[in-house]
Write a protein that binds this ligand. Structure first.
Ligand SMILES: NC(=O)CCCC(N)=O
Length: 263
């Protein structure tokens, strides 16, 4: 199967522009799964709660979800993408999964980073894995990577691939995902953004790019440049993620000893 990411520089608040950009890019490609960055259509550095409410959308009835579902249906692909989700009086930093037959699911970011804690409610969806046909795909968002429980929970739920919409600003995630894949024997697709934002007198945030596809053996199948738009697709065999035996004596998940693990 073919999987990949679109790394690009969204214009803050210009939802129509950002949606048009990714639509044009996705119309050009054939793939089974593509991952877009966290908050891909709005940008990241919000300056007020009301701004978040203005840019956030209901799921699945909002415009961004409908647009991506339309692309997924026309192009016969599954798309995982981050967006601000409005649910009544609460906003979540979420990621939607849409496929050829429409809306599949929504994950709400469990571990909020930095000023996200001002604008969003900590996710209450829990971690989920969806069967998209050729593979089972789990979703985590950006800072979730910092907590090994995130990828491990998705692996225990049977994920072959971890789709990882991101807005990375710290340097450590790209190399750390090698370990996350190795210790869980899963593929990962991290879709980061590039560019920077310095809104409302805040310190500038510069996003590190370096989107990547990593294999269950911890091999970086492709890593994007730091600061260039990049759409890359990689052919993988998801069955590689189902071989959890390290040798004749060790099986990665079977041999866990949760009775000795701290919560
Ligand atoms: N948007 C984020 O969750 C950033 C997390 C910190 C990092 N790893 O860059």
């Amino acid at each position: 199967m073919r999987v990949g990411y679109l790394q690009f520089d969204p214009v803050f608040g210009e939802v129509a522009h950002n949606l048009d950009l990714i639509t044009a890019r996705l119309e050009q490609v054939e793939t089974d799964l593509i991952v877009l960055p966290e908050l891909f259509a709005t940008g990241y550095q919000f300056v007020s709660q009301e701004e978040v409410f203005q840019l956030a959308e209901p799921v699945p009835d909002g415009a961004t979800t409908k647009r991506l579902a339309d692309i997924a249906a026309r192009r016969g692909m599954t798309i995982v993408a981050g967006l601000p989700e409005r649910d009544g009086g609460r906003c979540f930093n979420s990621a939607i999964v849409v496929g050829p037959k429409g809306f599949i699911g929504c994950y709400r970011k469990t571990h909020l980073f930095f000023e996200e804690t001002l604008w969003f409610t900590p996710g209450d969806s829990g971690f989920h894995v969806w069967d998209i046909g050729p593979a089972k795909v789990g979703v985590m968002i950006c800072f979730d990577w910092y907590y090994p429980e995130s990828a491990r929970t998705l692996a225990l739920q049977g994920a072959d691939i971890i789709a990882h919409p991101s807005n990375l600003v710290l340097p450590n995630c790209p190399d750390s995902m090698v370990t996350r894949c190795l210790e869980n024997r899963v593929f990962s697709v991290t879709a980061n953004r590039i560019g920077s934002e310095a809104r409302g007198g805040k310190d500038r945030l510069t996003f590190i790019g370096l989107s990547e596809v990593v294999s269950p053996r911890g091999r970086i199948l492709h890593r994007a440049p730091r600061d260039i738009e990049d759409l890359t697709l990689v052919d993988i065999d998801p069955a590689e993620a189902r071989l959890k035996a390290l040798n004749d004596y060790n099986d990665l998940l079977r041999d866990r000893r949760p009775a000795f693990y701290a919560d």
